[in-house]
Design a protein around this ligand. Sequence first.
Ligand SMILES: [Zn+2]
Length: 397
Amino acid sequence: MKKKVLPLLLAALILAHGTAGAWGFFGHRIITQVAVYELPASMQAFYYRNMAELVRLSTAPDERRNDDPTEAPKHFIDMDHYSETDPFGKVPQQYDKAVQKFTADTLKKYGTVPWVILEVKNNLTEAFRQRDTINIVKLSAELSHYVGDAFVPLHTTINYDGQLTDQKGLHSLWESQLPERFINDYKLDGEPAKYLKDPLAAVWGEVQRSYGFLGETFDRASKIEKVMKPDVRYTFSHKYGKTTRRYSDAFADAYEKSVGGMVDYRLKGAPTMVSSLWLTAWQDAGKPDLNAMMHPSKPTKEEKEKLNTELASWKKNTLPQDQLLLAQQKAKKVEVADEIKSAKDMEMPPAESTEAAPAAPAPDPAAPAEPAIDKLKVKTKGKNGTEKVKQKGDAPQ
Ligand SMILES: [Zn+2]
């Protein structure tokens, strides 16, 4: 990747980084759902009972970014700011030591995702100790979100949207367009959860792995750019007097052939880390009886059967084909526009997937770092036939 950038431009780009999302809502939801399947039986009934809520809340950290100025840096870490040759040797893994070396302000500026993951994990341990089921669900979902972010290579670099290498739009292509377009080809049968003796080191290991994929992330896009003409490479759309550009489906298809395996590898790896952190928090809290926190306390026959069906489908890698992914089911609902009476009637905000609204405007490259969803407005028909325009901000939180 190209590295020479004017410091001023760099500062502006880092500010913009504040709104970067990861995986799109689609990916975060998949990671959270699959993590439930990877849990041991002693935890699984509770998590399965709460799965829809976990999946729903897994996107909350992205949803509150616009309202909470402290939120943005929690989703990334720009390792190449610290060193282009050996950033992982430069940045101490322990937060306190990193603060001593670089100051808290600098860490905040360039992102804190590994430490945030640890903080949420520790809060989750405390919630288990308190038998606080509401917080167990909320913090488990948020832990899943931040871990998911750490698995995205573009969340470990200053060049998070390819903006420094003339590849603007790469972020949403990698984390949203590819998974949404090719989920049927991806394998999601990850490893079962295991106890992490040193969670912080494990998280740093994954950040480093993400960083290791950056070269290929950019280079393979460059290779396609060399042979694909710009008019084929991009899709343009015009809305409210603004022209927006995103990578075309043709480009996505070519890019998928080249990096799809990597995207799948990260999408499949994240749930294992998520479920392992859930398990570690639970074990560190002294393994409280989760079944006793359920009302009714035992899984019903129906729940057991449903879970078994889903586990079998997950192991066969046919969750998308069997229409068992929650992320996908919600998206499917939206395709039938007449079904939507009002956004507020929906249990979940319906418009998070670009797939859900194929005619919707493309993400705005002028503000590339925002999750694609923020740019989507889905036209729905009210009962009386009047058109309503649903914006993401209208959705119930
Ligand atoms: Zn995020």
